[in-house]
Design a protein around this ligand. Structure first.
Ligand SMILES: [Zn+2]
Length: 167
């Protein structure tokens, strides 16, 4: 399998809507462990398949229940079933390196997904796990965190990154 590399804005793959995973095979398992390496190398806390050029519905995150562990969580074909409250979140993205801003997220979410063994899981997340889940989930929809900024701040943000990251 070829090495994966990080896709940086404005790579077109970051704007595509990803497709469901039909079957969890060894290819996916290899890909998620490579993604974990890449995430750690770049000091990330989550990484979605489109960020490594794969338009499929899965992502990984750190396990925020157990921050000291090397463990990471795998979310396949995730859905957000319920969302509650609002929280401000200062975010960055490995695909837009060096840029951060404050956006609004849901405080708590009820999600369902398959884990790497194909087991269907339903869980409620709050805090960082909720925020990172929403950030990575957006990647599957072709949405980047600055899209969530209020209009004026969004224009300023994109003006800056369009200047820095050229195609
Ligand atoms: Zn991101």
């Amino acid at each position: 399998m070829k090495n994966l590399n990080l896709r940086i804005y404005p790579d077109d793959v970051l704007r595509k809507i990803s497709k469901n995973i039909e079957k969890i095979d060894s290819n996916i398992i290899n890909t998620v462990s490579q993604m974990d390496l890449l995430m750690n190398e770049n000091k990330g806390i989550g990484l979605a398949a489109p960020q490594v050029g794969i338009s499929k519905r899965f992502f990984i995150t750190k396990d925020f229940q157990d921050e000291d562990s090397e463990k990471f969580l795998v979310f396949i074909n995730p859905t957000i079933k319920e969302m509650y409250g609002t929280i401000e979140s200062k975010e960055g993205c490995l695909s837009i390196p060096g840029y951060y801003d404050l956006i609004k997220r849901h405080e708590k979410i009820l999600v369902s997904y398959l884990d790497q063994n194909g087991k269907n899981i339903e869980k409620e997340f709050s805090g960082m796990q909720s925020i990172v889940f929403q950030h990575e989930f957006d990647h599957l929809e072709g949405i980047l965190f600055p899209d969530k900024l209020p209009l004026i701040r969004k224009e300023i943000f994109f003006k800056k990154i369009n200047k820095e990251f050229k195609k």
